[in-house]
Design a protein around this ligand. Structure first.
Ligand code: SAM
Length: 200
């Protein structure tokens, strides 16, 4: 599994809080980029109507674990879609578009080129009025977090803004993820949640 040991339920609830507080409704279509073994995904699938959840991950073992979680939690009848892809699902998603796109705890492990590729996908697939939510490490806390990751990219707000604009998106910070009850003992608690919307 993924994430700090002993925090699975709390981190699942945190992810659910983020989307719920920002307006996710059962009828919405959700794309979960870097879904991993469905820490948040299981809560989303439970909440959403049938066929509204799509998760994408680049690592086959995480995709397998995601599929196993769906079976374990008896959520097959919700018809979630899990995609293995190195291009954020582009080769599989056809004309699909989404009300919400989520990228939890992934933007800071992607280099600039890959973040740009992700934002291009978001720019194409986010419905008018939809939201893309993703967290970055608080620029003032880089020193603490860099000890956690071998490859870690402390993207600045300025860089994210520039990349977003290039794909027709505007971005603003919603503040620290602690507000969504991210566990207060974990190092990433001061990360910032960003909201991307279409430039109107
Ligand atoms: C720290 S985990 C977060 C998992 C999940 N979003 C969560 O918050 O519980 C990062 C995930 O992103 C996935 N990932 C990394 N690079 C990716 C890429 N280029 N495309 C899709 N998934 C990627 C990893 O395989 C991993 O499952």
């Amino acid at each position: 599994m993924i994430g700090p040991v002993g925090y699975w339920k709390k981190l699942q609830q945190y992810q659910f809080n983020v989307l719920k507080a920002n307006g996710l409704k059962p009828e919405h279509a959700l794309l979960d980029l870097g879904c991993g073994p469905l820490q948040g995904g299981i809560a989303f699938i439970r909440y959403l109507d049938v066929s509204r959840y799509t998760g994408v991950d680049i690592i086959p073992a995480n995709v397998d674990a995601a599929c196993q979680q769906i079976v374990l939690h008896r959520l097959g009848t919700k018809n979630p879609r899990i995609i293995h892809s190195g291009h954020f699902g582009e080769e599989t998603l056809g004309e699909a578009s989404f009300d919400f796109i989520f990228a939890s705890q992934i933007l800071y492990i992607l280099d600039e080129k890959t973040v740009s590729e992700m934002l291009a996908v978001v720019g194409r697939r986010l419905r008018p009025g939809g939201k893309f939510l993703g967290d970055i490490v608080n620029p003032e806390k880089h020193a603490t977090v860099s000890a956690l990751y071998a490859a870690y990219f402390p993207h600045s707000m300025e860089l994210i803004q520039r990349l977003a604009q290039a794909h027709g998106l505007q971005v603003r910070s919603l503040g620290e993820i602690l507000q969504y009850h991210y566990p207060a003992k974990l190092t990433l608690r001061q990360s910032l949640m960003l909201e991307f919307t279409r430039i109107s």
